[in-house]
Structure formats: structure tokens, C-alpha cells
Design a protein around this ligand. Structure first.
Ligand code: NDP
Length: 331
């Protein structure tokens, strides 16, 4: 039975900050799309925090339902690719930004954006991964394609956050010596359980040195922080190694010289999860289901209700969230 109404978080344009309200809406309020999904879970990402708090200009047209991720069951489909009953996952493609997203019990979306629930994952586990975990896998894939040195430590910045936690677990599982950069020493034990072998205080990496190059230290890096941290990673990369740059939790600027590139053949790899093409997307999800141990995914995940989302949005933009948060849209 397709419900006639659904509950969603709606953002409207406000003065400086969007106005957020929980609403019960008719199905006819949903935007166009060829597949109707009954959403079960969404997740909390840094971008969702920016959208809801208004700390970043994420929403492109109001009113909008935020939530850049969703997982649920198809209830109607005009596409031959999907039929009612299919379990699906959607991350990115502009949902929760340009198109209504996952903080809702129902979503109407384009079939080209959907990935069938990867074999081995439940809907809840898929959202425990979400955009953050998917991005972590894209980082690992890019590093392994472009240059990573197994004999040197691989550093993950913003390690206790969502992308960072999944990256630590994936890299450790693949046998790398993972150094976790975090500003929260109280989370060292948590990161050790995910597989971190060593720690570096995030302040140490965020301090500019004034030198164009440092001694070769890192065999690879996943950077979620950007700014001075990314510049510092580039200065200390080993010959021919790569940094996967996916985030800006510490800033969007980048002050560097060309020396890491022209004297050490260092690669700066840009990672985008939103418009990642479908074949690579499916490959990343397949590998996540295969390589990310279920116990570690559970260790880094908490499930919270959609009713708590306004506080969670503040917490993630303040760097206070540990690991991943799954959002139960029926709670
Ligand atoms: P989280 O908030 O979960 O993690 C970010 C982590 O960064 C925090 O936990 C904290 O880690 C660290 N951090 C926070 N503030 C600062 C600061 N001022 N200086 C240095 N470190 C800081 O967010 P996500 O993991 O969901 O996202 C991380 C970043 O990646 C965001 O910038 C997000 O926009 C980006 N992103 C990009 C994607 C893409 O497609 N390119 C997709 C997904 C995310 P700790 O406490 O351990 O120091």
C-alpha cells in the first residue's frame, strides 16, 4: 500500500538561516521522478549540517527537503530497471540540495540515480556507510590507482569523523599502517579499534612551516580537512605518492608551492562523490560490502531519529560527531 501522506523535514528560505519545520505532506507535493521510494533510513553528513544550519549555501531552491542520502524500498516505478519491492540506495546527485532528499518518509527520484542495495548490506548498514563511507572508498580506490607506498604510513585527517572513520577501517583492513590525525585524543581508543596504528594531533598538521618541502613521511593520505592541513600533507609526501582530497572541514583555501609536484612527483587527487559515474559508483559499493567488516561498521555507527536532526546538524558542523549517524526517518 502506497501511503497517501508522509512526514518530512522542510527547509524554507529564512533570514541568514533556513527555517526548518516537520510537515505532513500529500504525495503530490513530491518533485518529479520515475521512481517512488518509501524511505527507511537516511544519514547525517557534514553537508546536511551545513544545509540545515545555513552555515553553507547548500540548498539551491526552496522549499526543499534536505538529506543527501537515502535507503528504502521502491513502491512505484516507471523505469524497467526497478520494480516495487526493490531495495535501493541513493547518495548524491544533488538530492538534499537541488532535488528533495532523504529526511522524509517518501522520495520521488530519477531511476538513473539509484543503486540496488549492495548484496551483503542491510538498508541500515548502507546508510551507516552513506555518502561519507562511499567517499572514503573512492579515496582508497584513487590512492591505489595513482600511487601509494605500502612501506610508509598512510595518514587520514579528520579521522574521528564520518569519512575519516571509514577510511581508517578500510585502509587498515587492506594492510596499511594507518596514522589517524584527530583533534580529539579521547577518541584514540575508538580509532585504535577501527585499525589506527598511530596518532598525530591535528594541530601539528595544521601549522604552516614556512618551508616548501619537509622530509618524506607519508606513503599516502586521505584528507577531509583541507586548508593548511592539506598543504602540510603535500610538503611531506613521499616520492610518487598521492593525497586524496575530499573535504574542507578545516578550510577551503590551499597555500602550496609546486615543489611537491615537480620535485617529488606527488599527486593531488580530487574526489567527488556527488556526480561519480554509475559504473565506478557500483564498484565502490560492491567493494564496501565486501571489504568493510560489519563489526567495525557497527562500532562507528549510531542510529538517531529524524526528530533529533536539528541538534545533530549543529553538532556535525561543530566537529562533535563521532563516526557515522544513521537517521531513522520514522522516529
Ligand atoms: P565529520 O564532521 O563527520 O568529520 C569531519 C572531521 O574533521 C571532524 O570529526 C574532525 O575530526 C575534523 N575537523 C572538524 N573541524 C575541524 C577543523 N576546524 N580543523 C581540522 N579538523 C577539523 O564530516 P564528514 O566526515 O561527513 O565530512 C568530512 C569532510 O569531507 C567535509 O568537509 C565534507 O564536506 C567532505 N565531504 C566531501 C565529499 C565529496 O564528495 N568530496 C563527500 C563527503 C564529505 P577530528 O575530531 O578527528 O579531528
Amino acid at each position: 500500500m502506497v501511503p497517501e501522506q508522509f512526514r518530512a523535514l522542510v527547509l524554507e528560505e529564512g533570514d541568514g538561516k533556513p527555517r526548518a519545520s516537520f510537515r505532513t505532506l500529500p504525495l503530490s507535493a513530491l518533485p518529479e521522478g520515475d521512481v517512488l521510494v518509501q524511505v527507511v533510513y537516511s544519514s547525517l553528513n557534514y553537508k546536511d549540517g551545513l544545509a540545515i544550519t545555513g552555515k553553507g549555501k547548500i540548498i539551491r531552491s526552496f522549499p526543499c527537503v534536505p538529506g543527501i542520502d537515502l535507503a528504502g524500498t521502491v513502491v512505484e516505478s516507471a523505469s524497467p530497471e526497478f520494480k516495487p519491492g526493490d531495495q535501493v540506495v541513493l547518495t548524491g546527485w544533488g538530492i538534499g540540495e537541488r532535488h528533495w532528499g532523504g529526511y522524509s518518509q517518501m522520495a520521488r527520484v530519477r531511476s538513473q540515480w539509484l543503486v540496488p542495495l549492495p548484496e551483503g548490506f542491510t538498508l541500515e548498514q548502507a546508510m551507516a556507510v552513506g555518502t561519507a563511507g562511499f567517499t572514503a572508498m573512492l579515496c582508497v580506490m584513487a590512492l591505489e590507482e595513482h600511487g601509494i607506498n605500502r612501506d610508509r604510513p598512510v595518514v587520514v585527517t579528520g579521522a574521528a569523523g564520518g569519512v575519516g572513520s571509514v577510511a581508517v577501517a578500510l585502509l587498515a583492513r587492506r594492510g596499511y599502517h594507518v596514522v589517524a590525525s584527530t583533534g580529539r585524543p579521547e577518541l584514540h581508543d575508538y580509532l585504535r579499534r577501527l585499525g589506527a596504528a598511530e596518532f598525530i594531533d591535528r594541530q601539528e598538521l595544521a601549522t604552516p612551516s614556512g618551508r616548501p618541502l619537509e622530509s618524506e613521511r607519508w606513503g599516502g593520505a586521505v584528507d577531509t580537512v583541507g586548508g593548511d592541513t592539506l598543504a602540510s600533507l603535500l610538503r611531506a609526501m613521499s616520492y610518487g605518492c598521492s593525497v586524496a582530497s575530499c573535504g574542507l572541514a578545516g578550510g577551503s583555501h590551499l597555500n602550496t608551492t609546486v615543489f611537491p609536484f615537480i620535485l617529488r612527483g606527488v599527486n593531488l587527487l580530487g574526489i567527488d562523490s556527488v556526480y561519480c559515474p554509475m559504473p565506478r559508483r557500483r564498484e565502490a559499493w560492491r567493494r564496501l560490502a565486501e571489504e568493510l567488516p560489519a563489526d567495525l561498521l557497527a562500532e562507528m555507527t549510531t542510529v538517531r531519529g529524524l526528530s533529533e536532526i536539528l541538534d545533530l546538524a549543529e553538532a556535525i558542523t561543530d566537529g562533535q560527531i563521532r563516526g557515522r549517524v544513521v537517521i531513522d526517518v520514522n522516529r
